[in-house]
Design a protein around this ligand. Structure first.
Ligand SMILES: [Zn+2]
Length: 225
């Protein structure tokens, strides 16, 4: 299976530096488990060492500093093959055991607690994932019916969505199992789940304290504010 949609370099750099909040970091954990290209990128960032990364506070990071780090990495970059994946394709009939029908969570979430599926809208259910390292982290599974069209929405903070089962499409492409959708706060999009089967995603917001967008309304009943 080919992964077409990856984490950005900025996200992977923050992940490597331990600067990503718990919930988005878990989404990246799951993505990395199936994406050799992003794993290789993280290893490169880690190899840069703590001294350099400590200087790259996201809030204070200038575009020039970020570009300089990327140039330093690319100077020693080995060619990354972005088409290799250890994940096998997951279709409707081969959904990984335990999500809807008693299946297990992805390996990277095995130490987490999965809440019950609850309806949060027409054709949309959600399950809150509680993380042992941060009980307040906002991580959730979204389960959206086949062919379901979600309202166009923007985000406050970056929205990370990792596809686990099924697929959806928006203005930026089609997202299959293993793909990661990383949507910045300035981006609006309208996801549509493909007709073949329902879609189950792992989703988190980074900096999503202002829960006023579509995603915010969805998770509002589940988060403690
Ligand atoms: Zn990737």
């Amino acid at each position: 299976m080919t992964i077409h949609h990856h984490a950005t370099d900025e996200t992977l750099m923050r992940y490597a530096a331990g600067q990503l909040p718990a919930a988005p970091a878990r989404v990246i954990d799951v993505h990395l488990s199936g994406c050799p290209a992003c794993r290789a990128r993280v290893e490169q960032f880690e190899a840069l060492g703590g001294a350099l990364l400590e200087q790259i506070e996201p809030a204070a990071m200038s575009p020039g500093a970020f570009a300089a780090v990327l140039r330093a990495i690319d100077a020693t970059d080995e060619k990354i093959t972005k088409t290799v994946s250890s994940l096998s394709s997951v279709g409707c009939a081969r959904a990984p055991a335990m999500l809807p029908g008693g299946i297990g969570l992805p390996e990277a979430l095995r130490d987490c607690e999965m809440g019950p599926w609850r309806w949060i809208g027409i054709g949309v259910r959600a399950s809150v994932i509680t993380l042992p390292e941060d009980s307040e982290a906002r991580l959730m599974l979204l389960r959206v019916g086949a062919g379901r069209k979600l309202p166009e929405h923007g985000h406050f903070g970056t929205e990370f969505t990792q596809v686990l089962v099924g697929s959806f499409a928006d203005e930026f492409g089609r997202y299959m199992p293993g793909d990661l959708s990383e949507m910045g706060h300035e981006i609006e999009h309208q996801p549509i789940v493909d007709q073949e089967c329902e879609c189950i995603c792992l989703a988190a917001l980074d900096g999503g304290m202002r829960l006023t967008g579509f995603f915010g309304r969805l998770i509002q009943p589940f988060v403690k504010l």
